[in-house]
Each structure stands twice: as structure tokens, then as C-alpha cells.
Design a protein around this ligand. Structure first.
Ligand SMILES: [Fe+2]
Length: 278
């Protein structure tokens, strides 16, 4: 089994409930469970039997077999291989307090040009990893402005003395002396690489995913077996995943900001929010 998923059954139920504007009481009544039981399931203190999981899935428009698999710990995506003939990709496993967060170093194989995607809230770690690899960072790409993804921007700006990019619809993070804005369809060049910007709002108003060949660095839009928290718009987030990320080829690799990497095919077959809908 690969790395543990970012979201457990309870997290998925809470996010699905959010999409229907339901309270926990609404869900309890819809499936005929005591409110306290729903609270215990959502807080991951209790895992119900498969029949109850299927009922919950039905009430919340989730794909029941996928949800049962995740509830039982019976599914995780096969770990994809990072990088390809054109670029190297290194994942930095960082922490914001005790909360794990991932950021990525991308290096053009032909020119050595390197970018960091998100700060991981641990700029010292990013600087150390880049130095350890002998990679010289010349660009900072931010998927969104939450502190665990952009919180180390000032330190990276000072360390690498380079511009940073973020979507024009996103709240501006502080710390960059040369903050540049992108929109859907824009391309940021990194050596010979073309980094394609996919506007993926919903977790935040200006979330952006960065596609390099067949690999997408997607921040908090999708997690293996789940989706991000819809802080700005649940429907925007659903459409971002269904219409942008899962519209890519089946073998496209998705590298989220939390939890394991996955592929479009894995998510189409196993993500309870999207299986059977895309
Ligand atoms: Fe976030």
C-alpha cells in the first residue's frame, strides 16, 4: 500500500455535505442515523459498516464502492514516477507545525533552470534541498496564497532573488519583490520547459495548477481519493477538477500539496466525488 491518503472517510463526508449545504443533522436525518453517530464518523472516531457507508454515499452523491474502499483503507493510488525526459522533479516533504505539506522543485534537464512550486511553509528546507541537489532556483510558482503554500515567500525571495508567480484572481501574498500574475492558458517558460497555467479556482478564488508535459502540480484542488476544501466555491472546485484536471490524459500525474501523488486514471476510477461523473 502506498502513502496514507490525505483525507479519511470523515473528511470526505464533511466536504460532500458542504457541497449540498447540509448540516450534520440534515445528513443524519437523510440516512436515519443518530446525530451523535454522524458526528463521530465525521471526526474519524468511528468507521461504520459497509452498508452505512453505502447509505452515506447515496445521500451525498458519492460513488459508493470507492467510498467503501477508502473507509476500509483498501485503496491508495499506485505511486507514479516523477519527472520525464525533459525535467527532473523533486518533492520536498515539509511541515506547517505538525501538518505535512508538499512543495516541489522542477529542473529543466537541458538548461538546468529550476523553479520551486510553493514554499511548503519551510523556506529553509527548500533552500537546503535545492543546495543539496545543486539546483539553482530562478523562479517561484505559487498554486495559491495559503500560509502552508506561500508562507515562506519572503525567505525564498531573499535566498533566490527571483520573481514569483501567482494567479491574478488570488489574494496577493507578501514577501516577493517581483510578484507576477498569470491567468488561465498562460505559459511560464523554465529553460526549454513550458509550464502551462490551468486556472483551478474553488479552494481559493485564484487557485492555479501548473502543468509540465504530463505532470500537474495542483496545490489543494484535488487530493488522492478526495478534493480540497471549498473555501471559495464548492461548484467552482468541482468544475476545476472535473473540467480541467480530470480532462487530461489518463496517465497524467497529479502532484497535490497534501497526500500522495496520483494519476487522472486512478482518480476517475477511485475518487468518490468524481467516479462515474467524468
Ligand atoms: Fe490551501
Amino acid at each position: 500500500m502506498a502513502t496514507a491518503l490525505e483525507d479519511e472517510l470523515g473528511d470526505i463526508l464533511a466536504k460532500a455535505r458542504d457541497g449540498k449545504f447540509w448540516s450534520q443533522r440534515d445528513l443524519a436525518e437523510a440516512v436515519g442515523l443518530p446525530l451523535e453517530k454522524v458526528k463521530a464518523i465525521e471526526s474519524c472516531q468511528s468507521v461504520p459498516d459497509d452498508e452505512v457507508v453505502r447509505k452515506l454515499a447515496g445521500a451525498l452523491d458519492l460513488h459508493a464502492p470507492s467510498l467503501v474502499d477508502i473507509a476500509r483503507g483498501a485503496w491508495a493510488p499506485n505511486p507514479p514516477v516523477y519527472g520525464d525526459a525533459d525535467f527532473d522533479l523533486f518533492r520536498v516533504d515539509a511541515f506547517m507545525g505538525v501538518y505535512p505539506v508538499k512543495c516541489y522543485l522542477v529542473r529543466c534537464k537541458k538548461t538546468g533552470s529550476t523553479a520551486v512550486v510553493d514554499t511548503g511553509a519551510s523556506p529553509e528546507l527548500v533552500v537546503k534541498k535545492a543546495a543539496g541537489l545543486g539546483w539553482s532556483v530562478s523562479k517561484i510558482l505559487l498554486t495559491h496564497s495559503h500560509p502552508d503554500h506561500a508562507g515562506g515567500l519572503q525567505a525564498l525571495d531573499r535566498a533566490f532573488d527571483c520573481p514569483a508567480w501567482i494567479d491574478r484572481a488570488e489574494p496577493r501574498p507578501s514577501g516577493s519583490r517581483d510578484l507576477r500574475l498569470v491567468g488561465d492558458g498562460d505559459v511560464v517558460e523554465l529553460g526549454r520547459l513550458k509550464i502551462h497555467c490551468l486556472s483551478t479556482p474553488g479552494h481559493t478564488p485564484g487557485g492555479v495548477s501548473y502543468r509540465i508535459n504530463n505532470t500537474v502540480l495542483s496545490g489543494d484542488v484535488i487530493f488522492a481519493g478526495s478534493m480540497g476544501r471549498a473555501n471559495s466555491s464548492w461548484m467552482d472546485l468541482f468544475r476545476s477538477v472535473a473540467g480541467k484536471l480530470l480532462a487530461l490524459p489518463e496517465d497524467a500525474i497529479l502532484c497535490p500539496g497534501h497526500g500522495p501523488a496520483t494519476t487522472v486514471g486512478e482518480e476517475k476510477r477511485h475518487n468518490p466525488f468524481f467516479c462515474g461523473k467524468v
